[in-house]
Ligand binder design. Structure first.
Ligand code: AMP
Ligand code: ZN
Length: 481
């Protein structure tokens, strides 16, 4: 398989360290708010990667962190701890806050058909003490591993201590900025604002490994004993400690959004080298952003409008949103608009209506069409070329293969896409109310006589009654929303 490795700045052949078995670390959510739809895009992207590797027959060991301490606002060393700030705002204990928001992560994963890191369907009501079994690692459960990793870095001479914190000294590495090729001087310019918070900090790019419970953090609620005093870990060390203690000092793939290319991931890499004398990650893979999340105000009611429930409240099905994310490659920036959601919905419903037609013509169990399957796999192997993979589906649907074989093969592909296609296609046909059918006919008449305004009005009426009308080559189909 080929993936884009950010360090090589190109698409490379990926080979697991262990034959037939990939190890993957997904940078996961900081659990202090209901994640926005952009975060969900990231997790759908990595869900597809996981499913694709499994589909091709690899074993996959994967974990995803849940950051429940030490991630500061604006990703600064001396910001406010995101979880604690939310705890204060809501008048709750930080543990309650992280549990509450972990629950929302589980809900959103379940709704979006995103598998747990272990590869199971997510039960939103699962017992939170079972998170680890499903591959979710909580930072607060890894304090011992964090401390022992910091000790190694200290022994190897990569750290220094001030009255306020223990730092990683980035000047000890020749290639700290290997991700961006920025010089340390340029980097210094970028982070000048922060200088002065700790007068003993040597270089602005140095970052906190352990924050002491003094000064600004005197009353930090979450704190642990350490060789550097009572305090709490920095954000970057959490990922390094969790990834290497579960997956080993070397593992295959580390994912995250492109926002982590400039600071978080260089810091993780530096820590790994500091502790083990070598980098840990073979391939760094980053997803581009879903844009328009912050400013779109897609829902009027909440004012924020950027989480999953906001999108669903507009009448979209979770699988419309999943289709939108699945249908573009992880490296393509995607715009989040009502129009893009509508486009995805139409494409998905049109696929389903074509599959339904095949379903009606199928009389027996089908077989997988191996030639098409190979083409599908070739597209996945090509840096997850999903539009190519969807193209294989269209080509197959148009072919004169047996309907039941086409269907069986598409259902098999859906192990990667995760669009619940079998369920959608084979769901009992609904009795469409007479009134809706009448409106549909009126809409077609209006459209045929080029009265598009009237046609749009009829479509709106159908929508308001809880149905979608989808135009097809041979007419239309109607689906319940
Ligand atoms: P956070 O909880 O902020 O650490 O974000 C969780 C994951 O979502 C990280 O891997 C981010 O890089 C990623 N992410 C954040 N915003 C977006 C966005 N708008 N589009 C895609 N991915 C994002
Ligand atoms: Zn991380």
């Amino acid at each position: 398989m080929k993936l884009y490795n950010t360090l090589d700045k190109k698409v490379v052949d990926i080979k697991p360290l262990k034959e037939g078995r990939f190890s993957i670390y997904n940078c996961g959510p900081t659990v202090y708010f209901r994640m926005h739809i952009g975060n969900i895009r990231a997790y759908v992207d990595w869900d597809v990667l996981y499913r694709a590797l499994k589909y091709m027959g690899y074993e996959v060991d994967r974990i995803m962190n849940l950051t429940d301490v030490g991630h500061m606002t604006a990703d600064e060393d001396f910001g406010e701890d995101k979880v604690e700030t939310q705890a204060q705002k809501e008048g709750k204990d930080p543990l309650n806050i992280s549990n509450e928001y972990i629950r929302t992560v589980l809900e959103d994963f379940s709704t979006m058909n995103i598998l747990s890191p272990k590869g199971n369907k997510v039960d939103p009501n699962m017992d939170l003490s079972k998170l680890e079994e499903e591959g979710w690692t909580r930072a607060t459960s890894y304090i011992d591993q964090i401390i022992s990793m910091i000790k190694k870095m200290k022994e190897n001479g990569y750290t220094y201590e001030t009255k306020q914190a223990l730092y990683f000294d980035v000047t000890k590495l020749d290639d700290y900025n290997i991700f961006t090729n920025q010089s340390l001087e340029e980097k210094q310019e970028g982070v000048r604002e922060e200088v002065g918070v700790d007068p003993e900090k040597k270089h602005p790019a140095d970052f906190v490994l352990w924050m002491k419970r003094v000064g600004k953090y005197e009353n930090h609620m979450m704190h642990w004993e350490s060789p550097w005093g009572d305090g709490f870990p920095g954000w970057h060390i959490e990922c390094s400690a969790m990834s290497t203690s579960v997956l080993g000092e070397k593992f295959d793939i580390h994912t995250g959004g492109i926002d982590h290319i400039s600071v978080h991931h260089p810091n993780e890499r530096a820590q790994n080298i500091g502790a083990f004398g070598h980098p840990s990650v073979q391939y760094w893979v980053h997803n581009d952003f879903l844009t328009g999340v912050e400013d779109i105000k897609i829902s009027k009611s909440s004012g924020k409008g950027a989480n999953l429930s906001d999108a669903l409240s507009l009448g979209f099905d979770p699988m419309d949103i999943r289709y939108l994310f699945v249908s573009v490659n992880y490296r393509v920036q995607l715009k989040y608009t009502k129009e893009s959601l509508e486009g995805a919905r139409n494409a998905r419903l049109s696929l389903i209506s074509k599959l339904k037609a095949l379903y009606k013509q199928s009389s027996e169990e089908g077989n997988i069409l191996e030639d098409y399957k190979q083409k599908f796999i070739d597209e996945l192997n090509n840096n997850l070329n999903i539009s190519g993979a969807l193209g294989v589906i269209s080509e197959m649907i148009k072919s004169d293969e047996k309907p039941q074989d086409i269907l069986t093969t598409v259902y098999d592909f859906d192990r990667v896409l995760g669009l619940n296609l079998k369920e959608e296609v084979e769901k009992k046909e609904l009795d469409i109310p007479e009134e809706v059918l009448k409106l549909a006919n009126e809409r077609i008449e209006a459209r045929n006589s080029k009265n598009y305004e009237e046609a749009d009005r009829k479509r709106d009426e159908i929508e308001n009654m809880g149905y979608h009308m989808i135009d097809t080559k041979d007419g239309y189909t109607i689906e319940k929303k």
